[in-house]
Design a protein around this ligand. Structure first.
Ligand code: HMH
Length: 220
């Protein structure tokens, strides 16, 4: 079985709390309070800045030039695509770049991003990838699921643009490539003895994702 599928199956409870969170359901139905989304969006921008640093650490931790390039593409996708989307979304919600960049990081944002960075610093490329995986692949799963379930009724949904971004082919391809890259790294580095530690990293990152949604809900 692919490493990602195996880790996801082992953490099925934590995974479900993340991808089936109430915040996600309410994005799909459009019922999410706007104040929740606004808070989430600002924190997610701050999250992505730290996440880009974690991806950049992947360049340093890469054993081969091919791995370095994969990490570099990830950094570019965040800096050139995802952050721009967030700025555009924030602008349409009445918030400027200064508003966002000057906002303080919430405890949940710090907890998640520093966890991923620390996992990467303490470990090798595979540890870092496993800590990054719930974020990258989880949002692809969430975006696809929302588009399948609510695709016909998105007109008028205030979160349509967000759903389209994560269900769209650019993001879906990025996540699929990331999955293949983890498998390639696992082919080189994975031993059975490492599995318990990887399981813990994966479950923790999934829990921190659920906490991030919860932070948004509670901001309403
Ligand atoms: C918290 C969080 N997880 C994952 C993604 C996907 O990049 C995101 N933008 N934010």
């Amino acid at each position: 079985m692919h490493l990602f599928s195996r880790l996801k199956a082992d953490a099925s409870g934590d995974w479900a709390s993340y991808v089936e969170h109430q915040f996600v359901h309410e994005l799909g139905t459009g019922e999410l309070p706007k104040s929740s989304f606004r808070h989430y969006l600002v924190q997610d921008y701050l999250f992505l800045i730290q996440f880009a640093r974690a991806y950049a650490l992947g360049i340093y931790k890469s054993p081969t030039p091919q791995d370095m390039r994969q990490s570099l593409e990830g950094v570019k996708a965040i800096m050139d695509v995802e952050l721009d989307l967030h700025l555009e979304l924030c602008a349409s919600w009445g918030m400027s770049r200064e508003d966002i960049e000057n906002a303080p990081e919430a405890a949940q944002t710090i907890a998640y991003t520093r966890f991923v960075l620390e996992a990467g610093m303490a470990g090798d490329l595979l540890d870092l990838q496993v800590a990054l995986a719930p974020c990258i692949i989880g949002y692809a799963e969430i975006g696809k699921g929302l588009a399948e379930k609510h695709g016909q009724t998105l007109d008028g949904n205030p979160y349509k643009r967000w759903i389209e971004e994560y269900s769209g082919s650019t993001y879906q391809n990025l996540a699929a490539e990331f999955g293949a890259w983890i498998d390639a790294t696992a082919g080189v580095y994975l031993t059975e003895a490492r599995v318990p530690r990887l399981r813990k990293l994966f479950a923790k990152a999934s829990q921190l994702e659920a906490d991030f949604w919860q932070m948004g809900l509670e901001a309403s």
